[in-house]
Design a protein around this ligand. Structure first.
Ligand code: C2O
Ligand code: CU
Ligand code: CU
Length: 489
């Protein structure tokens, strides 16, 4: 990649250096683009107010117990977001989001994947504890017009809320914003909340040109991460949800870069699950929940006693965007009517989460941003430990089955969500301005946000040998080099 060999100039606090280049022209991925000016596109009108639809489940073609078998096809398809105008999206099995894969702990999953895209791609099974060679690494591309089978077995204790999306070298952001992302649920043998009706809310982002085609990333998108004019739930714009009594919601932040600072009109809800399944104990009486890109949560909404018509809103969150960007504003995601109904109690203990034990090794992973000025061209670099991603370089070496303490350091002016493949970790504490805050509750996570200047300490263990990716899950940053490789041996 072009910028790997370029000279690097570190950015100081406040990014004043950056703003002085605000109008520079830059070529990236062969395109000339204005670096900082967000192109203001006159957005077409999207219909809203329809009843929220469920995401269709992928049918199991296997007759064998404990085996889930299906085909997944990635292909361009035409859809109609705007009445009378065609939008070509890239979809898994023809829909955006793609179909839900729902399996049970202990199941073996066999997916025959057919790539009908004009680009190489992979399927990455975000968050699942599976061998690296089945996990859709960029080193294992599925070329256009070819197919590939993925096979893995999901162990006891892996029940949770996951997703799958492409992970090819250089094209991940584009393929996801064109529509390739889908939910994956692993169900528990014994689920303490199984009597509560469930609802899936996969939140994604859509940026359209005025003719309703999917917009390319502009310079601002490459810098701050892409945010479109529309936030969708299950592929729908501002749908209507009716909640009668108690419901369990699984929520995915499947956007490229948007932080979802969720609220429900001041109504209270209970957090019961994170990326890797249920918490040890419910966290009650919440009114806000921040989901960084790629994070998931399970919440319980009990409408009884707090009836009324409210909105599911993403409230403003300042994530330190660079350049001259519009002020953050509230975004209505869905209209929710809360109706009295059967109230279902949540037990005080949801499951046991064992501590990962004493760490045998320590790793330090530093996110930073830098300005490159090579060849008279200005471009931003997004780095891990001072380096841009290199597919042929190992950045961290870890021992299999050994608990490690990782320090995730954000040495930049923007929030970056850290994600690692193949395992779930435990947040120990965060440290900001010298103040250490222990994790407020026990949870399994595969993605955690790091604010500017913050250090997040996590404990983790990898249980398969091979190469794992770790990266910022703002997908534009991942594509531009904020990714590294862990070798587990
Ligand atoms: Cu959700 Cu490496 O990705
Ligand atoms: Cu992942
Ligand atoms: Cu980032």
């Amino acid at each position: 990649m072009l910028y790997r060999s370029l000279g690097i100039l570190l950015l100081g606090a406040g990014s004043t250096l950056w703003s002085s280049f605000a109008s520079a022209q830059e070529s990236m991925h062969g395109m000339m683009m204005p670096m900082m000016r967000a192109e203001t596109i006159k957005a077409p009108l999207l219909p809203h107010g329809a009843v929220l639809q469920e995401i269709a489940k992928l049918a199991n073609q296997s007759k064998q117990a404990n085996l889930f078998k299906a085909d997944v096809i990635a292909a361009p398809v035409e859809t109609e977001f705007v009445a009378g105008k065609k939008t070509t999206v890239w979809a898994y099995n023809g829909s955006v989001p793609g179909s839900l894969i729902e399996v049970n702990e202990g199941d073996t999953v066999e997916i025959r994947f057919i790539n009908q895209l004009p680009q190489p791609t992979t399927i990455h099974w975000h968050g699942l504890p599976i061998p690296p060679e089945q996990d859709g690494n960029p080193m294992d591309p599925v070329l256009p017009g070819t197919e590939h089978s993925y096979r893995f077995t999901l162990p006891e204790g892996s029940a949770g809320t996951y997703w799958y999306h492409p992970h090819p070298h250089e094209y991940t952001a584009e393929q996801v914003y064109k529509g390739l992302a889908a939910p994956f649920i692993v169900r528990a043998k014994n689920d303490p909340l199984k009597n509560i009706p469930e609802r899936n809310l996969m939140i994604s982002d859509l940026k359209l040109n005025s003719d309703a085609t999917i917009a390319n990333n502009d310079g601002n998108d490459w810098m701050n991460g892409r945010e479109g004019q529309f936030v969708l739930v299950n592929g729908q714009y501002q749908p209507v949800v009716e909640v009668k009594g108690t419901e369990r919601w699984r929520i995915w932040n499947a956007t490229s870069a948007r932080y979802l600072n969720l609220s429900l009109g001041g109504r209270k809800f209970t957090l019961v699950g994170a990326d890797g399944g249920l918490l040890e104990k419910p966290v009650r009486d919440l009114q806000k929940l921040l989901l960084a890109p790629a994070e998931r949560a399970e919440i319980i909404v009990d409408a009884t006693g707090q009836e009324g018509n409210v909105s599911l809103v993403a409230e403003p969150y300042n994530r330190g965007k660079m350049g001259h960007v519009a002020a953050e504003k509230s975004i209505n995601i869905a209209a929710v009517s809360l109706l009295a109904g059967q109230s279902i109690a949540i037990p005080d203990t949801l499951r046991k989460i064992d501590d990962l034990g004493e760490a045998k090794a320590t790793k330090k992973m530093v996110f930073s941003e830098a300005m490159s000025m090579a060849n008279g061209q200005h471009s931003m670099l997004f780095l891990i430990n001072g380096k841009s991603f290199d597919m042929h370089r190992v950045d961290f070496t870890s021992r299999i089955h050994e608990t490690e303490l990782w320090e995730i350091v954000n040495n930049s002016d923007m929030d970056h969500p850290f994600h690692i493949h193949g395992t779930q970790f435990q947040v120990v504490e965060t440290e900001l301005n010298g103040i250490r805050t222990p994790a407020p509750y026990k949870a399994w996570k595969d993605t955690v946000n790091a604010r500017p200047g913050e250090t997040v300490r996590i404990k983790m263990r990898q249980d398969f040998p091979g190469l794992r990716m770790l990266h910022c899950h703002i997908l534009e940053h991942e594509v531009q080099g904020m990714m590294a490789i862990q070798l587990v041996e």
